[in-house]
Design a protein around this ligand. Structure first.
Ligand code: HEC
Length: 151
């Protein structure tokens, strides 16, 4: 019993301790002119959904509710942001070549179709990022149209 208490106390100290380690925040004050939502005329509902479900890891602006600031959640998120932005950064959309844009749009459709994005590890905590069947279809349809119009 006593041992358990010591272990519990040590865990508590460690938990409090890791909160003090600084992490970099993925936040910028202005939305750049190259942002996907600035250069495309995106219907409001689709815009909101993509921003809520994808922008935390795929843009230069992550939303940080309290649970995103707590370690180790913040570390996992930071890792995902770095990896996610490498693959696709909505904030820098307009800097992509037409060919790259097309490839990314295709990839977005596939990721949503196959339920790979948003990551399950993320939607477990961020319930509002989950996509309903209807939302998935709406996003896929709109993204497909955008892709066709890029020709
Ligand atoms: C929690 C962070 C996170 C969220 C939220 C997220 N992604 Fe990702 N995404 C990643 C990471 C990390 C990768 C790179 C590694 C991988 O493919 O798993 C990635 C990769 C991708 C890729 C590239 C895949 C490829 O190989 O071509 C696309 C496209 C993508 N995400 C689209 C989306 C879309 C669309 C949403 C929203 C519906 C979304 N992501 C939400 C983290 C995230």
């Amino acid at each position: 019993m006593k041992k358990n208490k010591i272990i519990l106390f040590a865990l508590l100290v460690a938990f409090v301790g890791i909160q003090l380690i600084p992490t970099t925040r993925n936040q910028h004050k202005i939305v750049p002119k190259t942002d996907f939502m600035v250069v495309n005329d995106v219907p409001n509902l689709i815009k909101k959904k993509i921003q809520t479900s994808c922008y935390d890891c795929h843009s230069n602006n992550t939303n940080y509710p309290w649970y995103n600031k707590i370690q180790p959640v913040a570390w996992f998120l930071e890792d995902h942001i770095n990896e996610g932005k490498k693959e696709l950064n909505f904030s820098e959309w307009e800097t992509y070549s037409k060919r790259r844009k097309k490839g990314k749009l295709k990839s977005i459709i596939n990721q949503i179709k196959e339920d790979k994005m948003p990551l399950t590890s993320y939607t477990l905590i961020h319930g509002d990022a989950k996509l309903t069947k209807k939302e998935k279809l709406a996003i896929i349809e709109w993204i497909s149209k955008l892709k066709t119009n890029l020709n």
